[in-house]
Design a protein. Sequence first.
Lengths: 348, 483
Amino acid sequence: MGLFILRRLGVMLLTALCLTFIVFFLTNLYPNLEKLAKTQGNFRMSDEAVASWLGDRGYIDNTFVKYGRWLGVAPGWVTEKEDGTVTGQCFDEDMPVEERPTFCGVIQGDWGFSLVFKDEVGSLVATRLAATGKLMGFVLLVMVPMSLLVGVLAGMREGSGLDRSLSTFSIATTATPEYVSGVIFIAVFASSAFGLKWFKGSATQAIENATFENFTLPVITIALYGMGYIARMTRASMTEVMTAQYIRTARLKGVSFGNIVLKHALRNALIAPFTVIMLQIPWLLNGVVIVETLFNYKGFGWLLVQAAGNNDIELLLAVSVVSVVVVLITQLISDIGYVFLNPRIRIS
Amino acid sequence: MEPLTWTGPIGQFLDPVLYVLAAIFAVALVAQIVLGVATGGARVTTNPDGTLSSAGGPYDLAATATRWVGVGLVGVVLLYILAGVFGGPGMAGIIGGMSQQLIPVWVALVLTYVLSIRYKRKLGLYGKLFDSTVGMIGFALVMFWVYAGVMAGLFDWITTHESLSQVSGMKNKVPGTPLRGAEEGEYAWYLLGGDNLARDVFSRLFKGAWVVVQIAPLATLFAFMVGITLGLPAGYYGGRLDTVLSFLANLILAFPVILLFYLLVTPEIVATGIPNYMATVLFIFPLIFVAVLLNSRYYTQPSFRTPLLIVVLGVLGWIYLSLISDGGSKVAVLPEFLDLFDIDPGILVVFVSVVFVNAPTVFRIVRGLALDIKTRDYVAAAQTRGEGPWYIMLWEILPNARGPLIVDFCLRIGYTTILLGTLGFFGLGLESESPDWGTTINAGRRLLSVYPHAAIAPALSLLTLVLGLNLLADGLREESLKD
């Protein structure tokens, strides 16, 4: 088991390195850099001015070197201008020469500086991530119990009216992406056209002060799309368990139906949904980006859109590191959890 | 001219009926579900002659009520549509106007269903679809949008106005608003209202359907070609090839889709030509697939194989080259006079990124299926006969994996539609005046709390299309499991 986890961690690290390198490469292509120089400097820069602006800040160097700098395994850039002033990646001008560090990258804990927000990337990502964490927490709180309930009720008696209506409901939710359900919810519950102004169509205030009124719609919108899939998987697992031999034995012994479902079937039926729920979390991330844009909730997804839209390289890299880590860790947890939950695998 | 109401004069009689039926239906459905949980569902009694009959009781009563009231509801909706077909907007309001515009679609749908049900025993899996209610409903929803998209896009039939023309005074107008000073021969209403640039929402909706109907199935098909061509050898050979390919697939899957779209579809990246190079790589997979498919089958008859391959690959290669080479872009291998068609660069980029995102999932499915099927006896038999590995993969394993693959194909078209909408929602790829649904939702969401109609129409259309594809996949899965 230890070796398995170690190997998975190794693959994780390799994946994270590859992915960040791809992001790094794509954001550092020359047209992107040119746009960056023009937005940071001024829009009427000549080509030479752009080149020298980029050269002074170490953007023209080899991509691998630049990537090494970001990681913190290559020394940061230092430029000495003709008038003798020295600028560098790792120090301010007024820092004494002997205290200036050579390396400043992710390994040293320095995530860089966001050019759009004019702030440290580390703290920026941390605050936004906390906001999204709140949203995700509420989503999971709504989504998981609801979807398990729907799945178990549907799978309890395969082919019954209840099963058919709940299955149709779960198919309908998987067919409704967040930008569709969000638009419909806002139109119905928050617009003047239908007159039901029960909720608010914007969740901007929910970051400091989440209330029922401003937080319900975003949470429901994300939860609904993820719910259908988990419910269908739970239903499949439940119907499989309900046809197992030991359930038939229990029935023949005269155990009541409620007891069969709650005491005998449920525990075995919930192993598969656990994996599905864990694997669903990276998908929620996608929904989070859409919903945060739609409801103007300034969290991690909103940050991703801002960073990507403005080619804010270091912010974008930090954002992709976080999302890749989320994906890989949930995969790891689902694998390990599955082994722990399922004694049949653990023994063999 | 008076503004149209939703159901027009006929609604005065039919609307109350519809509301009452819908209320009864809802009550009966809830009663059925509650009674189903409480009493344990339908009870049957065994008759002395061995047949079963329903024992009656409250549950059965509720079930019967649900069924018949449901039929009644469908009937009333059909009445609205029929009234619209014959009476138009004057008789059945906005619904009537829309249903009159959609007459060609109704005709095509009815023809499809009559022919398919008539000959369903001769049509294989497609015919079996018509044994499942869920599958039929799904297929109807899908075909509605396919017919509507093709007719609006190719023949200009359904639409009432130009999708880009702006009419003064129609900005953000609610559904059913008459045009001010409509001239002779011009359609007199904006059936679903005007958007924030005073364009007709109804016409844009169906023009947008054409964009979706064009891109989604084709992109899914390409993703399947890529996934199959790489997934079969990965599953069949295993070993290092499998490790490398699986790692790459997981790498792409670990990317948040939206970040990937932002990285691939921004104008700066398009300027570097990366999407064109990716298109060059991705679009060659169908060629490889077809070449290997034919070669593995006919390599024992070189006199037949060689001309066949030359013709097929020649045609496909020409299409491939004209697809990837584009006047202004980085990849221009084909001279202008040989270039069959030019794809709009925006559409090409969208197409490439959607294929790129979908292919790894298909790869994983195909690999899993190949791993499972390669242990079967008929594969061992083929190996003993001395068949080559590619023959076994493409002519033994692939046909036997078709069931899950067809089901997944339907689901994946739906997913691709959702992805296309996502791209439009973030304003990536297609131009901002493009009528496709995602872009329209994006344009409409700014005024959502005041004028929701411009965003709701494409949102509901996307919902019904994807729902139809999901139901179709469900029906197909059910029917293919029956053999």
